[in-house]
Design a protein around this ligand. Structure first.
Ligand SMILES: [Mn+2]
Length: 336
C-alpha cells in the first residue's frame, strides 16, 4: 500500500505524518509538508505530474485547498476513489460538499453517566478536534490492525491538546507545550522520525536536557528584554490608550508579551515590535480590550482578543526608524 500525505508544517501536521508512518509503515509513506501559501500549488503539481497513479491513498491533513484544486481532487477521486481530506479549521467547512472531505472542529465524545437506577446512560460532550486526531480516528476505524497502539494514542492526544489550546484552557498540560518546543528545537525531520520509531511521549534524558537549556535561554532573554519596555500612548481612529508598553524583540515574542502583560498590570497591553520580521505582536490580559478587532485591524492585522498581530510594511518600518532616536545623534549620546 503506497500512501501520499500532504500535511501542514506545524506540530499538528507533523503529528499526522507520525500517524501515517505508524499505520502504514514509514517505507510506504511519502510526506509533503505544506503551508497555506503553497498547499494549492504543491497538490496541483502533484496531480498534473501524473504521480497520482503511484499511490493507493492520498491524504490531506490539517490544511485545506482552494476551490480550483478541490475540483482537481474531485476529478481524481471520481476516476479512482483514493482522496481523503481531514481538517478542523472552520474556514474550510465548505469543502464538506465533497464526499472525500471531512471538516469539523468538534467531535462528540461519548461518556457513560451512572443513573439512579444503577445502570449507565450514555452522555457526551464536544471535544475540539485536531488534524492529527481526526486522521488517527480515520485510520483506526479502517486499518485497526496497523494502528492500535497505546503510546500512539497518547501522542495523538498531546498533539490535539496543544493544537486546540486545550493543554492550556482545560488541562494545564505543560508536557504538550514541551512537545511543540521539541519540534522546533530538533526540526521536523528528526521529530517525525523520533515519534514514528517510538511514539512514547516520555522524553528521553537528551530531550529533557535540550528542553531545559532552551527554557533557560528563554528565561534569560525575557528577563533582559522586559527591562526595555517603553510606555507610550497609542491612538487610532477608534481607540485611545494612555499606557501601552512597547518593546523591540525578535525572539520568543509571544512568551515575552505574556510575561510583560501579566507582570505590568498598569499597562493597557503590550506591543512587541519585531523589526527583522517586519511584524507587530499585541498581547494583553484585560477583558475589556479586544486587541484583535479593536487594535490589530487598525494595522491591517487581526487575531484574538488577548493575542493579535499585524505585518509592518516597509514604509511603516522606515517611519519608525525616522522617528526614533537614530535620527538625532544627540539623543543617542544623552542615552549613553
Ligand atoms: Mn491543526
Amino acid at each position: 500500500m503506497r500512501v501520499k500525505l500532504f500535511t501542514h508544517t506545524d506540530l499538528d501536521g507533523c503529528g499526522a505524518a507520525v500517524v501515517a508512518n505508524q499505520a502504514f509503515g514509514k517505507e510506504n509513506v511519502d510526506v509533503t509538508y505544506c503551508d497555506y501559501s503553497n498547499v494549492d500549488d504543491k497538490i496541483a503539481n502533484f496531480i498534473t505530474s501524473g504521480n497520482v497513479v503511484n499511490y493507493d491513498l492520498i491524504f490531506i491533513t490539517d490544511i485545506s485547498v482552494k476551490e480550483r484544486v478541490a475540483e482537481m481532487l474531485d476529478r481524481v477521486n471520481t476516476f479512482s476513489p483514493k482522496v481523503v481530506l481531514l481538517d478542523h479549521h472552520n474556514s474550510a467547512i465548505w469543502l464538506n460538499k465533497y464526499e472525500w472531505a471531512t471538516v469539523t472542529s468538534v467531535k462528540l465524545v461519548e461518556t457513560m453517566v451512572p443513573a439512579d437506577g444503577g445502570y449507565s446512560i450514555p452522555d457526551g460532550y464536544e471535544e475540539k478536534t485536531a488534524g492529527t486526531s481526526m486522521f488517527y480516528d480515520y485510520v483506526n476505524d479502517r486499518y485497526p490492525l496497523h494502528a492500535i497502539n497505546i503510546p500512539l494514542e497518547s501522542f495523538v492526544e498531546e498533539v490535539r491538546r496543544y493544537d486546540t489550546w486545550d493543554w492550556f484552557n482545560l488541562y494545564n498540560d505543560e508536557h504538550a507545550k514541551a512537545l511543540n518546543d521539541l519540534l522546533y528545537l530538533i526540526g521536523r525531520e528528526k521529530f517525525v522520525n523520533r515519534f514514528s520509531d517510538n511514539p512514547d511521549i516520555a522524553f528521553t534524558d537528551t530531550e529533557r536536557l535540550i528542553l531545559e537549556i532552551e527554557q533557560n535561554k528563554i528565561r534569560k532573554y525575557i528577563d533582559r528584554v522586559s527591562n526595555t519596555v517603553v510606555v507610550r500612548p497609542l491612538q487610532g481612529a477608534s481607540f485611545h490608550f494612555d499606557n501601552v508598553g512597547f518593546v523591540f524583540a525578535e525572539q520568543y515574542t509571544s512568551e515575552l508579551g505574556n510575561v510583560i502583560a501579566n507582570n505590568r498590570p498598569e499597562l493597557d497591553f503590550v506591543v512587541i515590535v519585531n523589526l527583522s520580521d517586519c511584524a507587530l505582536g499585541f498581547r494583553g490580559v484585560k477583558d475589556h480590550i479586544d486587541l484583535g478587532t479593536e487594535v490589530a485591524v487598525h494595522f491591517g492585522g487581526g487575531g484574538h482578543p488577548k493575542s493579535a498581530g499585524a505585518k509592518l510594511d516597509k514604509d511603516s518600518l522606515r517611519n519608525i526608524l525616522l522617528q526614533s532616536m537614530f535620527t538625532d545623534i544627540n539623543l543617542i549620546r544623552r542615552a549613553i
